[in-house]
Structures are given as structure tokens and as C-alpha cells.
Ligand binder design. Structure first.
Ligand code: MG
Length: 262
């Protein structure tokens, strides 16, 4: 398969453009390609622990300038957009999550509170039994239940550590409830991205390193997909997967090379 024309791009960050604080091969060339061809793009991550401004600052420090906060979509900002559509400003929201998630909920005009009829869950590196208990009791009283994402693990230098999905699993077990999920592969984040880009799914390209999230969600909405093997998915994963991306490259350098003639 080869890629057809596309008029905008959504791309994941970890495992696609960088790992930790190091750009992966082709990342800078890819940003240049997008600029030279005036293709609008957004960066979309399931990680809710950092704010869009944090990512803009990190990119600027790494010498990629000109990225604006609207171009950064996290499962946290998607959660905030959903909250804004549903609840009046000032509504109390209970957050079981990190500082980034708390910040986007507050910035969206809500009041983070212990007692609330909406519970928002993300990765909380300071998780305690008491926090699980508080959220459980709210859910058992019928509070709305929204999860920023359900990635069970988080790749770190030490290995795979518990992700937001592991905390959601504990809370779901304790409350006998299932959350509405904002992150990839569920549609909310892609829909936010498409509305910011102003393009339709079929003319939009999704680039990711995970088949089960990045690629699965984009495929379901009818986007063209690029899987890069510079992150989580391996060639073996592709060979044994029923879900096939439109194209597969080792990294973004391969993508830039394939598009070079356009
Ligand atoms: Mg990734």
C-alpha cells in the first residue's frame, strides 16, 4: 500500500517523535516537511500528566519552534473539552490524577473538589488507598465516571510501570462501574483533533507507534494510518495483527523519504 493525498496530520509523540528527551530519526526533517508543504498538524498523546504549554516548552527547548498550544491535544485536554460541553462553569469535579489533569480541569473553569458528582481519573503518581476510597464512594453514589485514558502500563527507563488504566481498573473493581474513556483508541480525542484541524477523517493521516491505540482508533474513523516501529509496536506485532496500518516505516525518516518526491 502507499499513502494517498492527505490534507492534515495527527501524530502521537512518545515513540514517534521522541523517546524521553531525544528525538527519534527523521523527527526534525518531518516537522520541516510539514512546514514546507503547509500541512496543518496536531500532536496527540494519551499522557495527561503534562499540559500543552509543557509540551510547547519542551519542543522549543529541543529547537522546534512555532508549535502553538492548540496543536497539542492530551487525554487531559480532551477530558476538559468534554467537561465543558456537558457541565456548567464552576461545577465541582473530583480529580483522581496528576497535576496536569488537575490543571486542565481548573483552567477549563471547573472547581476541583473532594465532594462532586463527576469523577475524572488519570494517572496519579501519588495514589493512595484513601484516594481510591474517596473516588469509590462518589461513584457508588452515582457520580459520572470519566477516565482520561486506559493505558495499563507506562514505559519508563526502569521498565513498564502502572499506567492510568491500572488505576482505573482498581477503581472499576471497587465501584462496579465502567468509565467513559477520553484517550485513544476511543473517538473523543480524534474528534477534538479533527475539529481543530478542520478536516474530515478520510483526508487526515494518523501517525503512531501503537497498533492497539493510535492505529486502531484512527482506522475505526476511516483515517489513513502510518505505523512507525520506533516505539512500542514491532515488525512481529504487525505480522500477527489483523489490523493493518496503511503503511509501516522504521521511523519518521522512512516516511519523509517516501514522501520526498511530492
Ligand atoms: Mg506512542
Amino acid at each position: 500500500m502507499t499513502l494517498a493525498q492527505f490534507s492534515s496530520v495527527i501524530m502521537d509523540m512518545d515513540g514517534v517523535i521522541w523517546r524521553g528527551d531525544t528525538f527519534l530519526p527523521g523527527a526534525l526533517e518531518w516537522f520541516d516537511w510539514l512546514r514546507n508543504h503547509q500541512v496543518p498538524f496536531v500532536l496527540a498523546t494519551n499522557n495527561s500528566s503534562k499540559t500543552p504549554q509543557d509540551y510547547v516548552s519542551k519542543l522549543t527547548k529541543m529547537e522546534v519552534s512555532g508549535i502553538e498550544p492548540w496543536q497539542i491535544i492530551t487525554s487531559g485536554t480532551t477530558t476538559a473539552d468534554t467537561l465543558k460541553r456537558r457541565y456548567a462553569p464552576g461545577t465541582p469535579i473530583h480529580v483522581l490524577g496528576g497535576d496536569g489533569l488537575r490543571a486542565v480541569v481548573t483552567d477549563a473553569g471547573f472547581v476541583v473538589a473532594d465532594d462532586a458528582m463527576v469523577v475524572v481519573v488519570g494517572l496519579d503518581p501519588q495514589l493512595t488507598y484513601q484516594k481510591l476510597k474517596t473516588a469509590t464512594l462518589l461513584l457508588r453514589r452515582g457520580a459520572d465516571y470519566i477516565a482520561s485514558n486506559v493505558d495499563r502500563t507506562l514505559p519508563t527507563l526502569e521498565g513498564l510501570t502502572p499506567g492510568a488504566g491500572s488505576i482505573v481498573a482498581a477503581l472499576s473493581a471497587a465501584s462496579d462501574r465502567e468509565p467513559e474513556i477520553m484517550g485513544k483508541p476511543y473517538p473523543a480525542m480524534y474528534e477534538t483533533a479533527l475539529s481543530r484541524l478542520g478536516t474530515q477523517a478520510r483526508e487526515t493521516l494518523m501517525i503512531g507507534d501503537r497498533l492497539d491505540t493510535d492505529i486502531a482508533g484512527a482506522y475505526a474513523l476511516g483515517m489513513q494510518t502510518v505505523l512507525v516501529l520506533s516505539g512500542v509496536a514491532t515488525r512481529d506485532d504487525v505480522n500477527t495483527s489483523r489490523l493493518q496500518p496503511t503503511v509501516v516505516f522504521e521511523d519518521l525518516a522512512g516516511l519523509v523519504q517516501s514522501l520526498g518526491h511530492r
